[in-house]
Design a binder for this molecule. Sequence first.
Ligand SMILES: C[S@@+](CC[C@H](N)C(=O)[O-])C[C@H]1O[C@@H](n2cnc3c(N)ncnc32)[C@H](O)[C@@H]1O
Length: 351
Amino acid sequence: MHGVEATVRAAIAERGPLPFSEVMDLALYDPDAGFYAAGGRAGRRGDFLTSPEVGPLFGAVMAGALDTWWRSVGEPERLTVVEAGAGPGTWARSILAAHPACAGALRYVLVERSAAQRALHDRSLAAVESRADLPEPGGGPCVVLANELLDNLPVDLAERTADGWADVRVDTAGDTLGEVRVPLAADEAARLDALAPEAEPGARIPVQMAAATWLRQALALAGPGGRVVAFDYAATTAELAARPVAEWLRTYRGHDRGGPPLEALGEQDITCEVAVDQLAQVRPPVRTSTQADWLVAHGIEALVDEGRRIWQERAHLGDLEAVKARSRVTEAEALLDPNGLGSFQVLEWEP
Ligand SMILES: C[S@@+](CC[C@H](N)C(=O)[O-])C[C@H]1O[C@@H](n2cnc3c(N)ncnc32)[C@H](O)[C@@H]1O
């Protein structure tokens, strides 16, 4: 045996059953054998397709939103944008390629935990910095962006039992890894009862402490006048309690769904729908919209119309500009799809 499972087994032998979050953290981010260390990533050649990877349109809409926010605070000389969980940096490339009016003021910081993905960041772009963790707050208001970061942060799993709430921990079970339930302390059990009061015995929920901690840090970094904008698949804890775990705790590998989360540790992505009400306990968002509504509110339709016009003017040339313009139509369909990316939620905080 090797890789993440060997590390998990050694930790269990030393300390007893592990919280699920610790196993998920190792499976995704172990610097030697974790999924993201070993080349797992978003993109057409990657393991799953995200909105920035659909094409440049998502970045073009965000470029317009950044201009709106920059103007709303009086066009300051410096606008810091921190993109957290930036993956290979595709969103930043398309935002800058859309030439926003605020480009001259932009300091764009890509934050990516995986060294393999940081190596893909385009350091030739002026104004772009690349780092492993969030920068320290200071230096004025900042826009913190995150696309599909929160669903990739480690979660714990809690199960409603006949006697109350239990923490689902990972233990060895012969040749495989298994689960044990450890009763939760009364104060944590009361918190979970309030989040999912109707949960039946056997129901499970994610407990998203890492996402809550990230939000606290992001709010401090954004500062007064700044904002935090997160795009992700999301639901309430009570909604998740009413659904089978396999629906909201999913694995992906090479664009297909993977196996159970405790199998093939490090070889598949593990992702969990974001419990918006748990984030709201840190601070309620000022706005929540679907991705489709958000993109329409920030001008996607005008960009698609412009693409159609450019295509009509240049179709006879068949050059790159014409093809890029035409692709806006199909990109918009994917980004607005009510059964897909369009149904994601956009959570906005203004500290
Ligand atoms: C699902 S991918 C999304 C990548 C990109 N935002 C996109 O939409 O294509 C999540 C990324 O977040 C990174 N990540 C996870 N935890 C992180 C953290 N605490 N700080 C920075 N990056 C993190 C992962 O390594 C991974 O590249």
